[in-house]
Write a protein that binds this ligand. Sequence first.
Ligand SMILES: CC(=O)N[C@H]1[C@@H](OP(=O)(O)OP(=O)(O)OC[C@H]2O[C@@H](n3ccc(=O)[nH]c3=O)[C@H](O)[C@@H]2O)O[C@H](CO)[C@@H](O)[C@@H]1O
Ligand SMILES: C=C(OP(=O)(O)O)C(=O)O
Length: 416
Amino acid sequence: MGKLIVRGGNKLAGEVDVSGAKNSVLPILAATVLNGGMNVIHNIPNLSDVSIMIKILVAVGCSVKKEGSTVIVDSSGLNNYEIPEYLVREMRSSIIVLGSMLARCGQVRISYPGGCELGPRPIDLHLKALREMGAVIKEEHGFLICDAKKMKGTEIQLDFPSVGATENIMLAAVFAEGTTTIRNAAREPEIRDLQNFINRVGGKVTGAGSATIRIEGVKKLKDVEHQIIPDRIVAGTFLAAAAITKGEIVLNNVIPEHLQSILFKLKEAGCTISIYKNSIRLNAPNKIKAIESIKTMPYPGFPTDMQSQILSLMALSDGITIFTENIFENRYKHAYELTRMGANIKIDGRVAIVKGVDKLSGATVAAHDLRGGAALIIAGLAAEGTTLIENTHHIDRGYDNIDGLLVKLGADIKKQ
Ligand SMILES: CC(=O)N[C@H]1[C@@H](OP(=O)(O)OP(=O)(O)OC[C@H]2O[C@@H](n3ccc(=O)[nH]c3=O)[C@H](O)[C@@H]2O)O[C@H](CO)[C@@H](O)[C@@H]1O
Ligand SMILES: C=C(OP(=O)(O)O)C(=O)O
């Protein structure tokens, strides 16, 4: 399950290279089944979620080779449309193979997905859209049994700009008859990365990054080589870690535009931010200022995946910050752990009121989900004494060697 021991008090200083984005690599790996050929994907982070997606690809008959941070998927041998339940229950984004498998084989049998416990995470929008495109989906004993002789292009209006539903529709529409239009589509940078991948492999997608995406069905795809975009949430996590230690760091291999909403809030917290073409420098103030309000929203709003890390930072601010978590119902489990370290946080449903304290003190705490775990590391870096973080396997889902990189920046962290 994994444990980390963090001794607080060291300022972070130095440079770090940001790895490829988890939320790009997972749908793009799922998309490698489409071409029935070679897919060479660069900048793949070493994450447990990536290992699971690779196991899913192998289970359906793909051959997968890993060479450093490059993964080569040959999907010519695809011979199975049943996705093993034990893999699907490990992570939420396994559901993205639904769209790509329907497109490639016209059928798939998959269980409901598992993953981090952030409150209910239904897939009704995915299923409604795929049905509108002609898929017949039976729900039996926790499994989805899906058939589609031929997917048909149609107009889809999403009730909410769901990232996963947008991706599933884009993938399912690649070979569909005619044009599929997604309205109120998710606008996250990872959606644009998926569009770029699909176009590079020979598909026809336009509009990603805006609220309307169009996918024109094609007959055939080709071999492809693609580079995954940098992880904006990993980048934001390192910035929050530097800020809480009153440090100064430079992040390399980032797309600063993708971090706009995060950088805006860090500036409000008193950090000095310098933006270069592919890097960001952060100088932290001596005392972090309270940010008046943080409301999580779909992109380009403030990302829910950064709420936990900034909440740790605000625990040591000079005033009160009001967080409103608009995306997930139950994403404050880390806040209860932070109170064990001396933080002053009151939770009422989707709202968390954080009153900054002068110091946090090391304690034994447990990660309950990926970003909550990262938030506990951040708090531990600034706490007095030693923080023992349990259940760090959650953190391994989305951070490639976070402890090693923080140690390189001057942190005192050991694996137990
Ligand atoms: C692998 C990946 O990319 N994960 C990201 C993706 O997750 P994911 O794709 O699961 O997130 P969605 O955008 O789909 O979900 C957002 C909200 O919509 C709800 N919803 C979603 C689908 C649906 O059919 N019905 C429904 O009600 C969810 O319960 C949630 O409350 O976007 C989230 C929101 O930015 C991020 O936190 C995750 O890191
Ligand atoms: C919630 C997250 O991911 P997932 O959708 O893969 O569970 C996350 O990355 O914070």
